[in-house]
Design a binder for this molecule. Structure first.
Ligand code: NAD
Length: 492
C-alpha cells in the first residue's frame, strides 16, 4: 500500500452565522420565492437544466470544491458530482410529473357525487442541513428537488465542508435563479438551530445523535422535517455468490470515500463454507489499494484521509476494541504513522457481534468479516442493530437474494451491488429504525417539500343536503335501516 505524504489544508475560513444573519438569509429567500414559483415548471426546468449543463461542462470546478475541503480522491469526488448532474437533470424533468394535481376515485357511497383531488404547492423556504462526508449528494443534492418544487432554499453545510455549497450559490446565479433564492448559511450547530427556527420545512442529514437534537428543536416551532441518519450496513455473502465480484464489492463499498458513506459496507457475514476463500480475496484486493491525499487529478489514489483526527480516533477505537476482544487484523490495522488522519484500510476476522465495529457505526475504512452457519443466522445478525439504513446481499440466485432482502430491516437493500440506490432517483431512500424518518428521492422526495391540499368539490348537489338541518328524524331512521344492509353483513 503506497502513501502520499499527508498535508491537509482543510476548508477556508467562513463565518459562523448567528440567528439574526440566518433569519436575514431566510427572509431574502422568502422574498425571491414567489417569482420563482410563478415561473412554473417550464421556467424552473430551464434554470435547473442550465445549472446541470454548467456543472457537466465544468465538472472539475465542483470536484475541486469537494476535494479542497475533504482531500478525498478525485474519483470519490467525481462520483458525487456525477450524482449532482444526474439529480439536476432528473428533478428538472420529473418535478412536474410528481407534483401535478392527482384525481382520486372514491369507492365511498358518501362522497360519490364529489370530485376528489390532491394538489401540491411549494412550502416557502426549505432549510437543508448536511454532513461533511458527501457535500454534493447529501447537501446540495437535497436542495435540488426543493428548488424544482418552487421553494427557496437555505443550506447549512457542515462546518468542515462549506466550499461545494458556496460554489453552487454561484452556479445558481449563473444559471439564472433569482438572487437570494438559494443561499448558504455557514457555521456549526448553533447556525443549524437558528435555521430550524426560521424555515418552513427542514431536511436534515447527519448522525443519529444530532438528528434527535434536531427533532427536539423542530418540535418547538412545529416545523416539519425529515431525518436521514446513521447506519451500520451489513453485507451477506451466500455460499453460491460470485466470490470475486463479492470481494471486489466489499473492498469498494467498504473503503470507498475511506468508509465515510452512510451506506458503506460496515460488517460482512459470510456462509462458513466460503469464508476463508472470501477473506483471502478481500485481503489480496485490499493490499493493492493506494492511500493518500486527493489532489484533484484522476488515477492517483484509491483511499483518502479521514475528515478529522477526531473521526480517525473513533475508527481506531473500534479497531482496538475488536483486537482487545480477540479479533485478528488481516491487513491494515491503524493510523498511518505519518498522519493522524489516515486509517489504513483494515480487514478484521475473528470478530463477534458484541464488538463495537459490529454494533456501532464506524464510518471508516474497516471491514470486519464473520462466518455464519447459514443464511438464517446471517439475517438474524444483520437485523441485530438499532440502525436500518441499507443492506447488501450477494448470491447467484436472484430470487433467493430478493427473498433475503425482504427479511432485512433496512430502508434500502441492494442485491449483488451496493450504493445503487443513490442513483435510482425514482425510488425512495430512507432509513428504518434509528436511521431516519422520511426519505429522499421518488415521489416522496419532492412531495415532502410541498404543502399538500385535498380538494373535495361537490359536482351535483341538492338545495339542502339530507344530513343538514333540520333533523326531523326521517334521515336518521333511514340510515338506521340502510347502514346495516350495506355494512352489516359478516365476511364469508
Ligand atoms: P453530524 O450529526 O455531526 O452533523 C451533521 C450536521 O448537523 C452538520 O452540518 C452540523 O453542523 C449540524 N449540527 C450539529 N449540531 C446541530 C444542532 N444542534 N442543530 C442543527 N444542526 C446541527 O454528522 P456528521 O459527522 O457531519 O456526518 C456523519 C453522519 O451523517 C454519519 O452518522 C452518517 O451516517 C450520517 N449520514 C447519513 C446519510 C443518510 O442519507 N442517511 C448520508 C450521509 C451521512
Amino acid at each position: 500500500m503506497s502513501q502520499i505524504a499527508p498535508h491537509f489544508a482543510g476548508p477556508g475560513r467562513h463565518p459562523d452565522l448567528d440567528a439574526e444573519q440566518v433569519r436575514a438569509l431566510v427572509d431574502r429567500s422568502r422574498a425571491a420565492q414567489p417569482a420563482w414559483a410563478a415561473l412554473g415548471f417550464d421556467g424552473r426546468r430551464r434554470v435547473l437544466l442550465r445549472a446541470r449543463s454548467i456543472m457537466a461542462r465544468d465538472m472539475d470546478r465542483f470536484i475541486g470544491a469537494v476535494v479542497r475541503d475533504t482531500r478525498k480522491p478525485y474519483e470519490d469526488a467525481q462520483l458525487e458530482v456525477l450524482s449532482g448532474v444526474a439529480s439536476l437533470d432528473f428533478w428538472a424533468k420529473r418535478a412536474e410529473h410528481y407534483l401535478k394535481d392527482q384525481r382520486v376515485r372514491t369507492r365511498s357511497p358518501f362522497v360519490f357525487r364529489y370530485k376528489l383531488e390532491i394538489g401540491f404547492a411549494p412550502r416557502g423556504v426549505i432549510g437543508v442541513i448536511g454532513p461533511w462526508n458527501v457535500p454534493m449528494i447529501n447537501s446540495f443534492g437535497d436542495c435540488i428537488p426543493a428548488l424544482a418544487a418552487g421553494n427557496g432554499v437555505v443550506l447549512k453545510p457542515s462546518e468542515l465542508t462549506p466550499s461545494l455549497g458556496l460554489e453552487c450559490e454561484a452556479l445558481m446565479r449563473e444559471a439564472g435563479a433569482p438572487d437570494g433564492l438559494y443561499a448558504v448559511a455557514t457555521g456549526a450547530g448553533a447556525t443549524g438551530e437558528a435555521l430550524i427556527d426560521a424555515v418552513d420545512f427542514l431536511q436534515f442529514t447527519g448522525s443519529t445523535a444530532t438528528g434527535k437534537r434536531v427533532a427536539e428543536r423542530a418540535i418547538q416551532t412545529l416545523t416539519p422535517y425529515t431525518l436521514e441518519l446513521g447506519g451500520n450496513d451489513p453485507m451477506i455473502v451466500c455460499a453460491d455468490a460470485d466470490l470475486d465480484r463479492a470481494a471486489s464489492a466489499a473492498v469498494f463499498y467498504g473503503f470507498g470515500n475511506a468508509g465515510q458513506i452512510c451506506v458503506s459496507v460496515e460488517r460482512v457475514y459470510v456462509e462458513e463454507s466460503v469464508h476463508d476463500q472470501f477473506v483471502a480475496k478481500v485481503v489480496e484486493r485490499t493490499g493493492r489499494l493506494r492511500q493518500g491525499l486527493g489532489h484533484g487529478e484522476p488515477g492517483r489514489v484509491e483511499v483518502g484521509p479521514m475528515i478529522s483526527p477526531a473521526q480517525a480516533d473513533v475508527v481506531k477505537a473500534h479497531i482496538d476494541d475488536a483486537v482487545a476482544q480477540g479479533a485478528t487484523v488481516r491487513t491494515g490495522g491503524g493510523l498511518v504513522e505519518t498522519s493522524d488522519r489516515f486509517i489504513e484500510p483494515t480487514v478484521l476476522t475473528g470478530v463477534t457481534q458484541s464488538m463495537r465495529c459490529m454494533r456501532e457505526e464506524t464510518f471508516g475504512p474497516t471491514l470486519p468479516i464473520m462466518p455464519v452457519r447459514d443464511i438464517e443466522e446471517a439475517i438474524t445478525l444483520a437485523n441485530d442493530t438499532p440502525y436500518g439504513l441499507g443492506a447488501v446481499v450477494f448470491t447467484r440466485d436472484r430470487a433467493r437474494g430478493e427473498a433475503i432482502a425482504k427479511r432485512l430491516q433496512a430502508g434500502t437493500v441492494n442485491v449483488n451491488d451496493a450504493w445503487m440506490s443513490y442513483f435510482a432517483l425514482e425510488v425512495p431512500m430512507g432509513g428504518h429504525k434509528q436511521s431516519g424518518i422520511g426519505a429522499r428521492h421518488g415521489a416522496e422526495g419532492i412531495q415532502k417539500y410541498c404543502d399538500k391540499q385535498t380538494r373535495v368539490v361537490a359536482r351535483f348537489h341538492l338545495g339542502n343536503e339530507p344530513v343538514w338541518y333540520p333533523h326531523d328524524g326521517r334521515v336518521g331512521r333511514l340510515l338506521r335501516r340502510v347502514i346495516p344492509l350495506v355494512y352489516g353483513r359478516a365476511p364469508r
